[in-house]
Design a protein around this ligand. Structure first.
Ligand code: GZL
Length: 328
């Protein structure tokens, strides 16, 4: 009864507040579904769309789940509001794909005090008390960056007495994927005396910003050897800017392009000789998270960190059949 009183309170609260959207209509009867409140950070990239779809495809009513998805439009405040609604609605579990690493201690404490377990997915949260969440399912972003650096080292690009001039397209500042992919490059530049980052541009993991910042840069300087782009959608924008600037790129062009995610469109551009290397970031978290939830519900201990399987692709590694067979 307490649950329905709270839901009634929530409805009254929401109807009195303009713009509040109840994420879930109360069920007539308790249908024994395992209710998951999923705070997804946004829909900024092809990777993110595939990530959300993986969760929707996994946590279906037919399999005994009710998945409530709230899109935060890349704003942490929206995530905090959604998570508070999940707590008020007494969901069985909360899953969070955090925008950035900082600012999660209080809300995770509120969830713990409400006795609702939390799983962190994709990026990480920076909290002292690791007991505030069950597990973090995502990628080893530093390893991804090191794979990209290893590829660049292997190219042995000859720039004569000139430095190797690198433009660094960075994702959302403070996101784990940005922090660690950036660290891999910045560490490598410190170790290679003839490598130079000539500009770091904030693209926020979106195609639009990637295009804007790359266009502005190329307006002033076209002398670039490498673009290290922290996700495919910023790369797609950068390629549009390179075309407008009349610069060639890819394995047979002047500018080498390194991109992260390895979505279908990027792999196709790689096969077509437009991108040099795609470092995979696997968004298909749903099945992995489902297995962990199942273990948790059986009382089994689950690991604190779970990394997805990922690879790296150049034109030589790809076929059209392989690309066509990809899930994302
Ligand atoms: C990576 C994820 C990043 C992707 C981007 O796990 O955090 O966010 O690389 C997405 O495409 O925007």
């Amino acid at each position: 009864m307490r649950r329905y009183f709270k839901l009634l309170l929530l409805i009254l609260l929401c109807t009195s507040l303009a713009g509040c959207r109840l994420s879930r209509v109360p069920k007539e009867e308790d249908n024994n579904l395992f209710v998951i409140g999923f705070s997804q950070l946004g829909s900024e990239s092809d990777w993110r769309i595939a990530n959300t779809q993986s969760m929707i495809d996994t946590f279906t009513n037919a399999k005994g789940y009710e998945l409530i998805v709230e899109n935060a439009l890349q704003q942490q405040d929206n995530q905090l509001a959604a998570i508070r609604r999940f707590i008020l609605e007494e969901v069985d579990m909360i899953i969070i794909a955090p925008t950035t690493e900082e600012g999660w201690e209080l809300i995770l404490t509120e969830a713990q005090e409400a006795d609702i377990p939390v799983i962190i997915m994709d990026r990480s949260v920076s909290v002292w008390n690791k007991d505030l969440y069950l597990t973090n399912v995502g990628s080893n972003f530093l390893h991804e960056g090191k794979l990209a650096i290893q590829w660049l080292e292997e190219q042995k690009i000859d720039t004569g007495d000139e430095p190797l001039k690198i433009v660094h397209l960075q994702g959302t500042y403070g996101a784990t994927s940005q922090l660690l992919r950036s660290r891999a490059l910045e560490t490598a530049v410190n170790e290679h005396e003839n490598w130079e980052i000539i500009s770091q541009l904030g693209g926020d993991f979106t195609e639009a910003r990637g295009y804007e910042v790359m266009q502005q840069f190329l307006y002033k300087n076209k002398d670039v050897d490498v673009i290290y782009s922290e996700n495919d959608n910023m790369t797609f924008g950068a390629i549009r800017a390179l075309d407008e600037a009349g610069l060639t790129y890819g394995p047979d062009g002047k500018v080498k392009i390194i991109t992260f995610d390895a979505t279908k469109k990027a792999l196709q551009l790689c096969l077509d000789g437009k991108i040099d290397v795609c470092v995979e970031c696997n968004p298909m978290h749903g099945p992995t998270i489902e297995k962990l939830i199942d273990q948790y519900r059986k009382g089994e201990v689950i690991p604190k960190t779970v990394y997805m399987e990922e690879s790296i692709y150049t034109r030589e590694d790809l076929t059209q059949d392989f690309i066509d067979s990809r899930g994302y």
